[in-house]
Design a binder for this molecule. Structure first.
Ligand code: ATP
Ligand code: BTN
Length: 268
């Protein structure tokens, strides 16, 4: 860690912005690591009642779903992960990446972005372009208690020559807002939404969050194709059920799609 770096996170400012909620988190910052998700998965901190957060100014090997890359540039993105311990009787984490997408949408809306949409299961889009992604990974169970690592990557101001392969379009906060908020402001806004959302999820699962997710569904009622894992479904996107399972109405009726090795794409 290099505390004198321009890329250093101002932990005092972040703590002030979080107010009373700051005691719920243990927030650390590194200038560079391979992946904040990998760092927390490889060396998970014990449950001291707080949620451990690792922020990296730069990731050299950021990960998306299905072994894909999440690309970032120093100072151009907010990349961080949160370790969260669920009690043994908590609902399954299957709908968690949708819930976290909703967290990001609400935080971004409060910061002035009005057109935030969610693409099942883990993308945050603005004007059809990907602004942020969520990667939820589950640690091996200990005494039936489930611990998850929630990784979030959000573009602040991508370099003009940024090349992002296999992408249908990307955006950043500079493009959407003119001037992006500081990482401290953004992180405080996200963590302030995340904490109550995770508490709700721990007691009731995704069900109570479903309507709010549906309202922001990027493909609501639109023709889509879901493919992967031997599946190829074409139909109209009907949103998600109480567990976050994708619903697509095709020629053969309503198809339920579980988030796995499948991709959702809009159809022309
Ligand atoms: P799906 O989740 O529907 O399968 P996806 O293309 O969103 O499709 P993910 O695994 O969620 O795939 O995300 C990884 C993809 O995100 C990469 O393949 C790349 O296209 C895109 N990507 C990588 N870095 C960034 C970034 N900084 N901003 C926006 N998109 C990015
Ligand atoms: C996706 O769109 O597939 C998810 C992207 C998630 C990226 C974040 S950045 C912080 C954390 N560390 C990683 O390696 N990935 C997540």
């Amino acid at each position: 860690m290099n505390a004198s770096s321009d890329l250093a996170l101002d932990l005092a400012a972040l703590t002030a912005k979080l107010g009373a909620l700051s005691t719920a988190f243990d927030i650390r910052w590194v200038e560079e690591c391979a992946s904040t998700n990998s760092a927390l998965l490889d060396a998970p901190l014990g449950n001291d009642g707080r949620s451990h957060v690792l922020v990296a100014a730069h990731q050299s090997a950021g990960r998306g779903r299905r072994g894909r890359q999440w690309l970032s540039w120093p100072g151009a993105s907010l990349t961080f992960s949160v370790l969260w311990h669920f009690a043994p009787d908590a609902p399954a984490p299957a709908g968690l990446s949708l819930a976290v997408g909703l967290v990001l949408a609400r935080a971004l809306e409060k910061l002035g972005i009005s057109a935030v949409r969610l693409k099942w299961p883990n993308d945050v889009l603005v004007h059809g372009r990907k602004l942020a992604g969520v990667l939820v990974e589950v640690l091996p169970e200990r005494e039936r208690a489930i611990t998850v690592v929630i990784g979030i990557g959000l573009n602040l101001r991508l370099p003009a020559d940024a090349m992002i392969p296999e992408s249908d379009g990307v955006t950043d906060l500079f493009r959407e807002l003119g001037e992006p908020p500081t990482r401290e402001t953004l992180l405080a806004a996200i963590l302030s939404e995340l904490h109550p959302m995770l508490t709700t999820y721990a007691s009731t699962g995704f069900g109570l969050l479903r309507n709010a997710w549906q309202q922001r569904n990027a493909f609501a009622g639109l023709p889509v194709r879901v493919s992967g894992e031997g599946l190829d479904v074409v139909g109209f996107c009907q949103g998600v059920d109480e567990e976050g399972v994708l619903l697509v109405r095709g020629d053969e009726g309503l198809c339920r799609v579980y988030a796995g090795d499948v991709s959702l794409r809009s159809m022309p």
